[in-house]
Design a protein around this ligand. Structure first.
Ligand code: GBH
Length: 436
């Protein structure tokens, strides 16, 4: 509405961390490194919608200086990027991140490092428990090299989506369709997280968190079958990943389905984090199964699932078809505070953003404006939120959607690789300048 466009954004506490996020596989290109599961997946015909690959992507590997200049121009406090495990496995691979971190520090932008954003080395498999230990070894190597300059660490990005999309439904790499047999993938990632927290602390690192994907689940109606289906969805996509970390236990009925000595693993998984990262995009409306396949956010959900995902009405949608519901971010955060109480460490929004075409992206401005206000309302309601990161700095390789979805504050021409700041880039820069 008109008021939103003209009212200044309310003041955030001093020290509140403003940033933007990216991930290695989505922007780097320079694929002459050990392959990841995403390289193999993309090479299979029909997996990525427009048939594109991330071999070049935004060519950030070669253009990182230009991209750091864009960050400096934006005036962000911090930049969240991910380190590619397969690149680190390649001789000299860590040198790139060393240069990037130096460039960021020189520009006055704090590096926030994600250690795993879905690009698993091709030789590894999250169904294997040993992958968790291998992850901790790799994390020690990265911490040893970059630890003196990294502001914040993120162990994993969205283990929920990597489990669901990559291993249960097969829409993402490695393309498995294991349905509920994918649960060990969640457990092994959570274990990897806990082992990585310990490895980071052993290497002298601090300020360690995770970036989990969360969103409110709204029942389709108050009928018991809809409420139960929505609750089950909420367990699978939200609580399965937050309860073990913050309460040291799995939601009821889940622990029994996990492999290994779950009781002792949970002690590792619940190793306290210094802060809790949330990636938020949209709420989900869920009801009882309807006995038919469902098209949902670019996915085809099989009919045999014990829930069905419904449309959210009465809200605008992005180019991706995701509903725009800023107030659900307030609801999510106050809900987290209510559920976890003092066991919830300070929260950082590690991703929030939307896909729209065009450089004069007024819809993106409206989306971000609404969500930043919603975040402020959560602060007023007593949730300790310490930072907000926009997804994403650049248009990039949007996984199975290829380059068709554009989430950037900066437009990328994939023919010339030219970067063009969008209207939202100027808007965010002005917001950052105005904050006292
Ligand atoms: C993140 O995943 C990833 O971390 C990032 O790599 C990716 O590029 C970015 O988001 C954008 O996709 O209910 O129809 O509204 C986000 C995973 C899965 C979040 C689907 C929102 C809800 C779709 N998302 N989801 S809908």
């Amino acid at each position: 509405d008109a008021r939103m466009a003209t009212d200044p954004i309310p003041q955030f506490p001093p020290g509140f961390l403003w940033g933007v996020s990216t991930s290695a596989h989505q922007i780097e290109g320079a694929a002459e490194r050990e392959p990841s599961v995403w390289d193999a997946f993309t090479a299979e015909p029909g997996r990525v919608k427009d048939g594109s690959t991330a071999e070049v992507a935004c060519d950030h590997y070669h253009r990182y200086r230009e991209d750091v200049a864009l960050l400096a121009g934006l005036g962000v406090d911090a930049y969240r990027f991910s380190v590619s495990w397969p690149r680190v496995n390649t001789p000299g691979g860590l040198d790139f991140y060393d240069r990037l971190v130096d460039e960021l520090c020189a520009a006055g932008v704090r590096p926030v490092v994600t250690l795993f954003h879905w690009d698993l080395p091709i030789t590894l498999d999250w169904l294997q428990r040993d992958t968790a230990s291998r992850f901790a070894e790799y994390v020690s190597v990265v911490a040893g090299r970059l630890g003196d300059r990294v502001h914040k660490w993120i162990t994993l990005n969205e283990p929920a989506e990597h489990t669901l999309l990559g291993h249960a439904l097969g829409a993402h790499a490695p393309g498995r369709q294991l349905m509920f047999d994918a649960l060990p993938v969640a457990h092994h990632q959570l274990l990897a997280h806990g082992l990585a927290v310990r490895a980071l602390r052993a290497a002298g690192a601090s300020d360690i968190g995770i970036a989990n994907s969360h969103g409110p689940t709204w029942p389709a109606s108050q009928k018991q079958e809809d409420v139960e289906a929505a609750d089950f969805y909420d367990v699978l996509l939200n609580r399965l990943f937050s309860d073990p970390l913050l309460l040291g236990r799995y939601p009821e009925g889940i622990g029994e389905l996990m492999p290994g000595d779950v009781h002792s693993d949970l002690k590792v998984i619940a190793e306290p984090v210094d802060w809790y990262g949330i990636n938020y995009y949209a709420p989900t409306r869920v009801g009882a199964p309807q006995g038919a396949e469902i098209e949902f956010g670019g996915l085809t959900l099989p009919a045999e699932l014990p829930f069905s995902v419904r449309e959210i009405e009465g809200h605008p949608v992005t180019d991706f078809g995701w509903p725009v519901v800023p107030e659900a971010l307030t609801e999510l955060l106050t809900g987290f505070r209510a559920r976890y109480g003092d066991r919830l460490p300070p929260v950082v929004i590690t991703e929030n953003g939307c896909s729209y075409e065009g450089v004069d992206d007024q819809e993106r401005i409206a989306y971000l404006d609404g969500h930043i206000r919603a975040l402020h309302r959560a602060l007023e309601a007593g949730v300790d939120v310490r930072g907000y990161f926009v997804w994403s700095l650049l248009d990039n390789f949007e996984w199975a959607e290829g380059y068709a979805r554009r989430f950037g504050l900066v437009h990328v021409d994939y023919k010339t690789l030219e970067r063009t700041p969008k209207a939202s880039y100027d808007w965010f820069r002005d917001l950052l300048r105005a904050r006292g």
